[in-house]
Design a protein around this ligand. Structure first.
Ligand code: ASP
Length: 311
């Protein structure tokens, strides 16, 4: 049996008073998400089952920007994006602009397993969720006091923002998104990502998290990656696939590839970026250019940890 590893994230971005105030609860949530996924790996479950369960846990935890606790769009609505990829089969599933689905990553997996498609959005995704009897919740379930306060201050600031040379002075947003990467006893890797997206986004906006190769990517030849941060910057730079490509084409190991991408290749990119990654040997790493990235990990070698800042 190979080394079992799971690594989860709860978003990369600037620090905030809210994060500082809730630091213990954030750490507990991250630890419990990693433990949830690890429990599945330890019982002989697949990396796919582990990443889905860890992300489900974070989707249900209102502190994180995914599922319950999602950021609100300009109309104060929740629109969620998610993706999942299996490194063994290279199959993937994704969902965008979905409402009312309690666990969007589970819907992404159902799209992968039960349709001939990979990516379904909006009403079609909701109808498919209903057909699959996935759990739906009323809009009010998803909207937390914190997300609504964030929405109100973002709306106010954007109304007051000065357009300068065609560019808005964008407020440094708190960011969220959750993700998980894992390797199971057979050395298969998987990645999953789920988000409410960026606060005050235009209705219908789709970020990186649901895009295969950007938000999530998994390939048994190289690694599994989940990313977070400024979605537009991550899309422009094809974040998750990049790590795999650097390993495959350049022969760098996992740590070197993640470090190279964030610290060298994208060092001048204007935006927050964070990635977590594992390889089939159970090596894991994370890299971020922001003030913080919420993260936790656990391996069958007894390594275990949780972190938020650059400690
Ligand atoms: N990447 C997400 C998005 O742009 C947000 C985040 O990770 O904070 O939708």
């Amino acid at each position: 049996m190979g080394k079992l590893t799971i690594l989860v994230h709860g978003g990369a971005g600037p620090d905030s008073a809210f994060i500082k105030k809730n630091i213990d609860s954030y750490k507990q949530g991250l630890r419990e998400a990693a433990d949830t996924g690890y429990g599945i790996l330890e019982a002989g479950g697949t990396a796919m089952d582990a990443v889905e369960a860890a992300v489900n846990y974070l989707e249900d935890n209102p502190l994180f920007n995914s599922g319950r606790g999602s950021a609100l769009n300009e109309k104060a609505e929740v629109e969620m994006d998610a993706s999942i990829m299996d490194g063994k089969t290279m199959k993937s599933g994704a969902v965008a602009i979905v409402k009312n689905v309690k666990n969007p990553v589970t819907l992404a997996r159902a799209i992968m397993e039960k349709t001939k498609h990979i990516y379904i959005g909006d009403m079609g995704a909701l109808e498919f969720a209903q057909k699959m009897h996935l759990r739906l919740m009323p809009e009010a379930y998803f909207i937390t006091d914190h997300a609504y306060e964030q929405y109100l201050s973002a709306t106010e600031e954007e109304a007051n923002s000065i357009e300068q040379a065609g560019e808005y002075q964008v407020r440094r947003k708190e960011h969220g998104t959750v993700g998980a990467v894992a390797v199971d006893k057979d050395g298969n890797v998987a990645a999953a990502t789920s988000t409410g997206g960026t606060e005050n986004k235009v209705p219908g906006r789709i970020g990186d998290s649901s895009i295969i190769g950007i938000g999530s990517y998994a390939n048994n030849k190289t690694c599994a990656v989940s990313s977070t941060g400024d979605g537009e910057v991550l899309i422009r730079n094809v974040a998750a696939f990049h790590v795999s490509a650097i390993m495959q084409y350049k022969g760098l190991n996992l740590k070197e590839a993640c470090n190279y991408l964030i610290k060298e290749e994208l060092k001048d990119a204007q935006g927050d970026m964070g990635i977590i990654a594992v390889d089939p040997e159970g090596n894991f790493t994370f890299e971020f250019n922001s003030e913080r990235m919420h993260r936790a990990w656990r391996t069958s070698d007894g390594e275990q940890g949780v972190g938020i800042y650059k400690e």
